[in-house]
Write a protein that binds this ligand. Structure first.
Ligand SMILES: Cc1cc2nc3c(=O)[nH]c(=O)nc-3n(C[C@H](O)[C@H](O)[C@H](O)COP(=O)(O)OP(=O)(O)OC[C@H]3O[C@@H](n4cnc5c(N)ncnc54)[C@H](O)[C@@H]3O)c2cc1C
Length: 471
């Protein structure tokens, strides 16, 4: 759905827009839309909001946009509410959605435990955004299709947002919600010699063959999409560590976690969690409940680790952790297992040395020699960390408005998303969502992004309060 037309009704607000606090949100993926909802529901005085993104559709962002209506989200409905303090909100929305209700078995009384297509979640987010906006006659919203390439401080203490469009008046607050970067951006991995992300090669083998790089949710999404659209060729999943997403449980896995104090060394923490998982399985519960419980401790645990142990986690354990937290609905996991068991899809663990016009050169794990893998297509499905050399992030880092986190995965932020420079929150610049992944574990997931967006909105309301009259 395009958004430009939606806002014309509030064009008369534009003349007042310069008098009100001005907030820029850069990126209209899930984090940007969530930030807009949180601001409209939390900041109780007039303000002007400008949403920047060259991507003209509001679709839940790259990860949640559905290319295909059958693509299922990997989180249960209970974990996808965008309403602060009301985990039932998405379920209520689904219950009131007649076409959805009639499409699911009448025996299911509520939808909290089920998995739904991405397109439905996207509709829900957009509707909640529209409702929040319609209820605020005192807020003006401007949607801009501009690409932002810099943010600079003004002499008056505000911020200029530099974009490829018309110049804008300065903003009081800027929220970065640029997630994984631009949708069509090809960010070559440092360890692979550059060729375009998709390589179409001359066929050297009789059966079509596609290589998917990575091992996370994007790989599984892509593989199942290919099969759903009739692709019958061979697929190789090529990944350094080869940890594919694990399965959700059939029924809900309510969070549990041992009451004992957790150790403070990474290796002991891993043993502690492993033992807790084994004990849960032994008691007739499941390891997924422990992983759900761990998420509640993840922030304090992460904060307490010294930088060296964080680096060790990133190098050796992140892929394993991701495969256990980003889980697949049971039915999708079964399909993946079937693909692997039947040999139509092969998992190849190892290191990609170089892309070639006919596939890639690969060093299998544990071996010194290399192999040429021939393929018609090589598709990069790896979830790259945000590119700190993208012009926008570079401009902030070069002028000291932001600093990379200690792992260089994104920007240093505090829990509200406020950028942290020299250990102090800047207060007027925020990064919501995956940009903060090096500072806050799991901040790339919907529940954490929702909590962060409301916390950021509260913090902005607080900051503006002295000069603004509440409505
Ligand atoms: C395959 C997959 C499935 C997932 N499933 C789930 C799930 O089931 N449950 C869950 O909780 N999480 C899930 N996630 C994770 C989570 O949903 C994402 O982390 C989240 O959607 C991130 O949204 P975002 O808006 O921050 O980033 P993005 O979706 O990357 O959006 C960023 C936006 O910013 C724009 N942008 C970038 N740079 C600029 C610029 N310079 N100027 C202007 N605009 C710019 C881009 O065009 C883009 O529209 C999934 C992730 C993946 C990869």
């Amino acid at each position: 759905m395009t958004v430009q037309g939606f806002f014309s009704a509030k064009a008369n607000m534009a003349s007042r827009a310069y008098e009100m606090p001005r907030i820029a949100v850069i990126g209209r993926g899930f984090s940007g839309m969530m930030m807009a909802i949180a601001l409209m529901k939390t900041v109780r005085f007039p303000f002007h909001l400008q949403l920047f993104d060259p991507n003209s559709s509001v679709s839940g962002g790259q990860a949640l946009a559905a290319g295909n209506s059958s693509e299922i989200l990997n989180s249960r409905v209970r974990d996808l509410s965008v309403s602060a303090g009301d985990p039932d909100d998405f379920n209520q929305w689904l219950c009131g959605n007649a076409p959805f209700r009639s499409a699911v078995p009448a025996a299911i009384p509520g939808f909290l435990q089920i998995f739904v297509p991405k397109s439905i979640f996207s509709d829900y987010v957009y509707q909640r955004f529209s409702e929040a906006f319609s209820s605020r006659r005192d807020v003006s919203v401007q949607v801009s299709g501009d690409l932002v390439f810099g943010v600079r401080r003004t002499h008056g203490g505000g911020f200029h947002v530099d974009s490829d469009g018309a110049a804008n008046a300065p903003f009081d607050m800027v929220v970065l919600a640029t997630g994984y970067g631009l949708a069509d951006e090809t960010s070559p991995a440092g360890d692979i010699e550059t060729l375009p992300t998709t390589v179409r090669a001359r066929r050297l083998v009789s059966r079509p063959h596609t290589i998917l790089l990575g091992s996370g949710l994007r790989v599984v999404d892509r593989l199942l999409q290919m099969r759903d659209s009739g692709y019958t060729g061979q697929v190789s999943i090529v990944s350094r560590r080869g940890f594919l997403p694990q399965s959700h449980t059939r029924n809900n896995a309510d969070p549990i976690f041992p009451a004992e104090e957790m150790p403070n060394q990474l290796s002991e923490i891993v043993r502690f969690i492993r033992r807790a998982c084994e004990a849960a399985e032994g008691d007739g519960q499941n390891w997924q409940s422990i992983m759900n419980g761990l998420r509640k401790h993840a922030r304090s645990l992460w904060r307490s680790l010294p930088a060296r142990q964080k680096q060790q986690f990133n190098r050796h354990l992140r892929a394993l952790y991701d495969s256990h937290r980003n889980r697949l609905p049971e039915a999708l996991h079964l399909r993946l297992q079937q693909e692997l068991a039947e040999g139509n899809t092969l998992l190849r663990r190892g290191h990609v040395i170089q892309r070639t016009p006919t596939g890639l050169i690969f060093r299998p794990a544990g071996r010194q020699d290399t192999e040429q893998l021939y393929a018609d297509d090589v598709i990069d499905c790896r979830c790259q960390a945000p590119d700190l050399n993208a012009p926008l992030l570079r401009s902030l880092i070069d002028t000291g408005l932001a600093v990379p986190d200690e792992l260089g995965l994104g920007l240093a932020v505090e829990a509200t998303g406020a950028l942290e420079v020299n250990g102090k929150a800047t207060g007027a610049l925020f990064a919501i969502g995956p940009l903060g992944l090096g500072s806050l574990p799991d901040i790339d997931l919907v529940p954490e992004i929702v909590t962060q967006a409301y916390a950021a909105a509260e913090s902005m309301a607080e900051r503006f309060h002295p000069r603004c009259k509440a409505v």
